[in-house]
Design a protein around this ligand. Structure first.
Ligand SMILES: Nc1nc2c(ncn2[C@@H]2O[C@H](COP(=O)(O)OP(=O)(O)O)[C@@H](O)[C@H]2O)c(=O)[nH]1
Ligand SMILES: [Mg+2]
Length: 321
């Protein structure tokens, strides 16, 4: 160990020191007690220290070279032992072992190559006027942007939810899909790459819209991509800031009843006429969202007042870094 490490840490080239207070010329400004000016006879070059420091450096180089030599000897010993061991193994076994090793490497390599990167697309769907656009802006930047006119094109953006830390979380690709019946085909374009769906329902004007909303949700729940990829759906009962809004339990039950009716009426029609990809629920049982292959959960929110915690929680569950 170097006994002069205190000096060595300061750098290899020495600086003049004050003869009276031992202050380094570079620290002179911080030491008020040293009034002597550099260049006067009081400032000396620490010759002795330089000499000692050279000795210390040489010692370190010498010990490093010795360690390297030792390491080389150990490595050579291991190599020899390894070669002897391989020579003892019968060639058949050796080839089999090499084959297994190569196969394992190839297997893991191909898994890495073909593994699909997880989608971060979350769809905001639901009838026109349910509050999707207000919710979109609320989640994006916390503003209460008013969605006054019916959007004709999907409103989309990739961002970190405004309440979250930018560095720690994965950005979400949020798509506000227009709810108008003539624009529904837009949703189908997005469904195959969706990680999750937020189905927004107007909890205030729920009853007049219950059938239309249930039909729309039925189409989503029987869509091939949704069933095959088991895309989770959040039934988001929006506008709960108003006291006349219906509760999420009421909305869930009413929609289950409406979907049950649809299930019966649609299965009575020839399957060739109506192109729903999959049948819903369990045969012989009254429909419940728990029968769906994908997870369907219910939440309350208000895009207008910013009560969106349950929606954010849902998004984060399915869009992970
Ligand atoms: N009370 C209340 N009204 C809302 C809420 N969210 C949206 N609205 C209103 O509902 C109407 C439709 O909203 P919008 O976001 O355009 O619906 P979209 O057609 O689904 O995109 C607008 O007049 C909004 O002000 C909410 O949380 N509470
Ligand atoms: Mg809109």
């Amino acid at each position: 160990m170097c006994i002069f490490s205190g000096w060595c840490d300061r750098g290899y080239i020495p600086s003049p020191r004050c003869g009276c207070c031992e202050t380094n010329i570079n620290d002179r400004k911080t030491n008020d007690s040293c009034r002597s000016s550099p260049g006067s006879s009081r400032w000396t070059w620490p010759v002795l220290i330089t000499a000692r420091r050279n000795i210390c450096f040489d010692e370190a180089v010498e010990s490093m070279e010795k360690n390297l030599e030792d390491l080389k000897i150990v490595a050579e010993q291991w190599l020899n032992q390894g070669t002897e061991l391989v020579q003892q193994i019968p060639p058949n076994q050796l080839y089999a072992a090499i084959g297994v090793l190569l196969f394992t490497i190839l297997f893991f390599f191909s898994i890495r190559l073909f593994r699909r990167t997880k989608s971060n697309t979350v769809l905001l769907s639901g009838l026109s006027g349910s509050g999707k656009t207000v919710l979109f802006y609320r989640l994006r930047d916390g503003s209460s942007h008013q969605g006054s006119v019916t959007s004709m094109e999907p409103n989309e953006g990739t961002f970190v939810l405004h309440t979250e830390n930018t560095q720690k979380t994965k950005p979400v690709h949020l798509v506000d899909v227009p709810g108008h019946s003539r624009l529904r085909s837009k949703l189908e374009e997005y469904l195959p790459r969706a990680a999750a769906i937020v189905f927004v329902v107007d909890a205030l004007e729920f009853l007049p819209n219950c059938r239309a909303a249930s039909e729309y949700l039925y189409d989503i729940l029987t869509n091939a991509s949704v069933v095959k990829n088991k895309i989770p759906v959040l039934l988001c009962c929006n506008k709960t800031d108003k006291i006349t809004a219906h509760t999420k339990e009421f909305i869930r039950k009413q929609m289950e009843k409406e979907i049950e009716k649809l299930r019966v009426s649609r299965s009575a029609v020839s399957t060739a006429d109506i192109a729903n990809d999959f049948t819903l629920g369990i045969e012989g049982e009254v429909f419940s969202f728990t029968h769906c292959l994908n997870k369907v959960t219910v939440a309350e929110a208000s895009g207008l007042t910013g009560q969106t915690e349950q929606v954010q929680e849902f998004i984060r569950e399915y869009v992970k870094p």
